[in-house]
Design a protein around this ligand. Structure first.
Ligand SMILES: NC(=O)c1ccc[n+]([C@@H]2O[C@H](COP(=O)([O-])OP(=O)(O)OC[C@H]3O[C@@H](n4cnc5c(N)ncnc54)[C@H](OP(=O)(O)O)[C@@H]3O)[C@@H](O)[C@H]2O)c1
Length: 198
């Protein structure tokens, strides 16, 4: 059975974006992306780079982690408003929304049903792991289903913003085993945790 992996960039204080819900790494963003961070993504997680970035960096590698990406509507619309109907054409791309009625892209599947039920069905399929890109609201709804966390921890605090999980997660303490880590010279950490089941 394949895993649901919340692979997410976070500040030290647990935020994935600023309070305005914009793209923190975009042209007007506040989130620095150092060169060694990009190189690590290219080497280890090439499938998580958007199609435009893959083209700009001449990345063609399929990647070993994911073949499917799950996105909340607000995160998806950041790319949409920037003119990209499908930022991940190299992956199966599902967007969760109860308000969008027609998919802006034939390769993007709109899902209005319960994300938990959808994920449980996806996990039964053959394939690589499933990447939960976020944002925080969708991650909160899927909190119970997450098997692996890959936190890309940036050496930054922002005080307030969009949290790693919305309050949809509810109060549900879980413990995680650190299974891998990478420390970059720029100060970012890539921390891989598996959910402790016993
Ligand atoms: N740091 C990172 O790596 C990273 C990654 C991704 C996103 N982000 C940031 O996260 C922010 C957006 O996050 P967000 O929490 O505001 O929004 P989000 O999770 O991206 O999207 C929320 C929307 O997803 C849909 N949704 C959520 N739960 C659902 C459910 N149970 N059933 C069906 N649809 C559901 C709803 O769409 P409808 O309202 O249409 O029903 C909801 O309004 C942005 O600032 C983005 O830049 C950061």
């Amino acid at each position: 059975m394949r895993n649901l992996v919340y692979y997410i960039a976070s500040t030290i204080d647990g935020f994935i974006a600023g309070p305005d819900g914009a793209d923190p790494t975009g042209p007007d963003g506040f989130w620095p992306i150092p060169e060694d961070y990009i190189q690590h993504l290219v080497a280890e997680y090439p499938e998580t780079l958007p199609g435009q970035a893959r083209a700009a960096l001449s990345v063609t590698a399929e990647g070993t982690h994911f073949d499917t990406v799950l996105e909340g509507r607000r995160t998806y619309e950041i790319g949409l408003h920037a003119g990209t109907t499908n930022a991940y054409p190299h992956l199966r791309h599902l967007v969760f929304s109860r308000t969008l009625t027609e998919s802006p892209d034939p390769a993007v599947e709109l899902i209005a049903e319960d994300p938990v039920a959808t994920v449980r069905e996806l996990k039964k399929e053959e394939g690589k792991d499933i990447w939960l890109i976020g944002g925080g609201e969708l991650a909160g709804a899927l909190y119970s289903e997450i098997d692996t966390l890959i936190v890309k921890l940036s050496p930054m605090t922002i005080g307030t913003g969009v949290p790693l999980f919305s309050d949809k997660a509810g109060f549900d303490p879980r413990t995680w085993d650190l299974t891998d880590h990478t420390v970059l010279n720029s100060g970012a950490l890539f921390l891989t945790y598996s959910r402790r089941t016993a």
